[in-house]
Write a protein that binds this ligand. Sequence first.
Ligand code: FES
Length: 136
Amino acid sequence: MDDVYREYILDHYREPRNHGKLDQPDVHAADTNPLCGDRVELDLRVKDGRVTEVAFQGRGCAISQASASMLTERIEGATLDELRALTPQDIFEMLGVPIGPARQRCALLALRVLHEGIGGSYTGRYTELDEEGAGD
Ligand code: FES
């Protein structure tokens, strides 16, 4: 079972969905994982509170980039309120494999960028994860 999910992650890493950038996006947000310098940039086009188009670019490990790619599939067509309500747990479920504390920052980078762009609960929570992840 895990192998299937790992393959799914690698597939998104190798062929990222919605990769690129939008011309004059309504929302542009970018952030970097402070520990490794890996980066995700996200562009959204929004109409009547709903995302009509999304694109991302970035660089980094397979988990961070696959997570961004998968997240763009969730983002497209969703309302901003639905996206603001996304939690780290939603991202871990989306990835489908157990994410150890050391990789949580990788998995959550794209969600952090999304919430920085549109407002949401996940911004700036690396410190909490650092505490949970102590010792890994
Ligand atoms: Fe940098 Fe994963 S090692 S985001």
